[in-house]
Design a protein around this ligand. Structure first.
Ligand SMILES: [Zn+2]
Ligand SMILES: [Zn+2]
Length: 107
């Protein structure tokens, strides 16, 4: 039987619980090492592994404000700030109810 264990995160130094369930999971996977990091730090590293998102600034075509987009803005494509983009999405959704898009599966 496993028991919850308190470990210290290597990254932030905070204590976190390595639960009995997780220990069972680790054993079932044959992992020999205990987790080194708490969940938030693991998530952070995962996100970092995907590469930092480079943001580019452009002028929002709707409100004229600053729009930050994860791609290089091109002159022939209007760019919208997150607010206007969200508004447009709402409108789109209201006009044509979108089908449920399957959410991305993680690993
Ligand atoms: Zn941490
Ligand atoms: Zn805008």
């Amino acid at each position: 039987m496993f028991e919850d264990k308190t470990l210290v995160c290597k990254d932030c130094g905070e204590e976190f619980v390595f639960t009995a369930r997780e220990q069972e999971f680790y054993e079932s996977k044959g992992f020999e090492n205990e987790p080194q990091r708490c969940k938030p730090c693991r998530d952070k590293r995962k996100a970092a592994a995907r590469g930092p998102r480079e943001m580019h600034e452009a002028v929002c075509a709707a409100c004229g404000g600053v729009a930050r987009v994860p791609f290089v803005p091109r002159d022939d494509r209007p760019v919208y700030c997150s607010e206007c983009f969200a508004k447009m999405k709402e409108q789109e959704a209201a006009e044509a109810p979108a089908e449920e898009t399957p959410s991305e599966t993680e690993e």
